[in-house]
Write a protein that binds this ligand. Structure first.
Ligand SMILES: Cc1cc2nc3c(=O)[nH]c(=O)nc-3n(C[C@H](O)[C@H](O)[C@H](O)COP(=O)(O)O)c2cc1C
Length: 318
């Protein structure tokens, strides 16, 4: 207990200690500036930034999001201001915040990723990196995430470049997510996050065409993917010893508890923030309420389902 509060901190290794296990998922909170005006993001465990690329990207043409039953599809296409702006303008601001900021990095080639990381290395206020090898919305965005050997080469090169925490965001759009997890862990990743969005499509019957332009597909997120995310986390947990961060369809504290039972050390809240900007804080408060009953850090106490999730109702049954 610290100051009457249970200690919910999570040590993810290589200097990245989250004050608590609840973060904001990449791409659903930008770089934190807008959300800061609405909620106290400094109470959260981490902010995972929008996928950042070497050059600024305008993203895909609109419409870029579509609601579907139980979730949403997005095809943002990595709209971001580019690494120079993030390093020079945003990072000095991050340094003033108490929430750890993990920069999500994306690229089309190993060189893209490395040049991006190299620029960020000089910047302050960055708690670690989340290598996005799993973006379904740009040409080649999943190339590394779908090829274990390519993913390992990328991670080994990134590992050689930084002593900051290196998390790898895994793609669920693969036959065997455990194989990719093992490959990146072997190449030096400090942790893995799972999962990114699932490739999906929404069709408009009136115009007899997909709602999202371009390739017609987008990334599915939200409650619809929670069972898929849980299964992926359980598989990854069984495959590697490094920390696993669970993400996918977490809408409340009960969902977060389910991810921890499946093996997650920490969680990220994404689509729920679009429904309620305070969703991640509500997840955190729910975990805090449950923690005294657990007499331990939630993830450690819950992992593998050895301890019943006292005080937190599962979000869904049946
Ligand atoms: C609008 C939107 C943009 C996203 N952008 C990124 C991104 O830039 N990089 C990334 O790794 N994941 C991105 N994601 C995926 C989320 O971080 C998360 O993995 C996914 O949405 C599943 O979690 P959720 O169901 O809680 O939203 C994005 C998701 C959404 C909905």
């Amino acid at each position: 207990m610290t100051g009457g509060h249970p200690d919910l901190s999570v040590d993810l290794g290589r200097g990245l200690v989250l004050p608590n296990p609840v973060g904001l998922a990449s791409g659903t909170a930008g770089y934190g500036f807008e959300l800061r005006r609405l909620i106290d993001i400094d109470r959260l465990g981490a902010l995972f930034t929008k996928g950042t690329t070497l050059r600024p990207r305008p993203g895909n043409p609109p419409p870029r999001v579509a609601e579907v039953r139980g979730g949403m599809l997005n095809s943002i296409g990595l709209h971001n201001p580019g690494v120079e702006h993030v390093a020079a303008v945003y990072a000095p601001e991050f340094a003033r915040w108490s929430v750890p900021v993990v920069v999500n990095v994306a690229g089309g080639s190993v060189d893209d990723y490395l040049l991006c990381l190299r620029r960020l290395e000089d910047a302050p206020g960055i708690a670690g990196y989340e290598l996005n090898i799993s973006c379904p919305n740009i040409e080649g965005g999943m190339d590394y995430g779908q090829d274990a050997a390519a993913a390992a080469r990328l991670v080994a090169a990134a590992r050689a470049l930084t002593s900051r925490h290196l998390m790898v965001k895994l793609s669920p759009n693969v036959t065997d997510i455990a194989e990719v997890a093992r490959a990146v862990a072997g190449a030096g990743a400090d942790s893995v996050s799972a999962v990114n969005t699932f490739v999906g499509m929404k069709v408009h019957r009136g115009i007899r065409a997909p709602v999202l332009p371009g390739r017609g597909t987008g990334g599915l997120s939200g409650p619809a993917i929670k069972p898929l995310g849980l299964a992926a986390v359980a598989r990854v947990r069984a495959a590697v010893r490094i920390p696993v961060i669970g993400v996918g369809g977490i809408m409340d504290a009960g969902d977060a508890v389910e991810y921890m039972i499946a093996g997650a050390d920490a969680v990220q809240v994404g689509t729920a923030t679009f429904v309620d900007p305070g969703a991640a804080l509500a997840v955190l408060d729910g975990l805090r309420d449950a923690a005294p009953g657990l007499r331990a850090r939630p993830a450690a106490a819950l992992r593998g389902g050895t301890v019943p999730p006292a005080g937190v109702e599962p979000a869904s049954t049946g």
